[in-house]
Design a binder for this molecule. Structure first.
Ligand SMILES: C[S@@+](CC[C@H](N)C(=O)[O-])C[C@H]1O[C@@H](n2cnc3c(N)ncnc32)[C@H](O)[C@@H]1O
Length: 261
């Protein structure tokens, strides 16, 4: 009996200090590592942003959470002001406002529920993902006394490299990771070996003689791969983008472009 009440007490103590575990899930359930699976099983709930009713990434998260027997608390994602971004080009400010709204929404859930929340991050939390910034902001506001940690996952550039059997850097040379939005200015600044993510469309003007290793929907429905000289394979990439989108209903692609030595 004494043992039982000790267990209850330990649980109560745990619940009194909210904890967030940011878990990288790679490009889908097949990439969930053993340590992430164990952390997920020990969580009280999964905290997930809900972007739209047909949020595909939320569906993947729900599947992974269901496999682990952990409930999902979906938090409607605050709207990001894209009109503002387009009109004023003030991307960072619009993203900042959106982060603040997300911080407030997550903080409210953590304050109300306590316990251990898992945040399932697509790929790895270290690349183009706001989870670490959001959780860090919640912790520093001090409204909830938060404990938090991060476990890694397989990121899209890693899977791209594996699929193409590719080393991202040439021997002793750097590799740069950027977004489609910034590619042209970064090439103009002299970068010559670049991983490009978050592509609305492909703008490879001026790189016709460069080599490209491209991939879409890696690890999921509609996976496509193309490699070659940019000027030769661009039409094949455009066609593959259409196929990937038609097969999955969504498109995520990235590529490495390299100036030939
Ligand atoms: C918001 S970022 C998230 C990156 C993620 N945290 C990671 O570690 O790879 C989304 C971008 O990653 C790339 N990406 C993510 N998943 C992908 C996939 N399965 N296939 C191809 N590219 C992917 C695309 O460039 C996409 O626009």
């Amino acid at each position: 009996m004494a043992e039982r009440s000790a267990v209850v007490e330990v649980r109560a103590q745990r619940a009194s200090r909210p904890r967030v575990r940011i878990l990288g899930i790679g490009m889908g359930p097949q990439h969930v590592t053993r340590e992430v699976a164990e952390a997920l099983r020990d969580a009280d709930y999964v905290l997930a942003a809900e972007k739209a009713e047909d949020d595909q990434l939320l569906a993947v998260r729900r599947r992974i959470a269901a496999d682990a027997g952990v409930p999902v608390v979906a938090v409607p994602d605050p709207r990001r002001d894209r009109a503002d971004v387009d009109a004023m080009g003030d991307y960072r400010r619009a993203v900042g406002d959106w982060h603040d709204a997300r911080v407030a929404a997550y903080e409210a859930v953590l304050a109300e529920r306590g316990g251990t929340a898992a945040m399932l991050v697509w790929g790895d939390a270290s690349l183009y993902d706001s989870s670490i910034r959001i959780v860090s902001a919640i912790a520093s506001r001090g409204v909830v006394d938060l404990e938090w940690d991060v476990l890694p996952g397989i990121s899209a550039p890693q899977l791209l490299a594996a699929r193409h059997r590719l080393v991202l850097n040439d021997v002793g040379r750097p590799v740069h990771v950027t977004t489609g939005r910034r590619l042209q200015e970064e090439i103009a600044a002299g970068l010559d070996n670049v991983v490009v993510m978050l592509n609305r469309h492909l703008d490879l003007a001026g790189c016709e003689d460069w080599d490209i290793w491209w991939g879409a929907n890696l690890g999921g429905v509609g996976e496509e791969l193309v490699a070659g000289r940019v000027g030769d394979v661009l039409p094949a990439i455009e066609a593959a983008r259409e196929r990937a989108k038609a097969a999955a209903g969504w498109l995520m692609d990235l590529y490495l472009v390299r100036r030939p030595s």
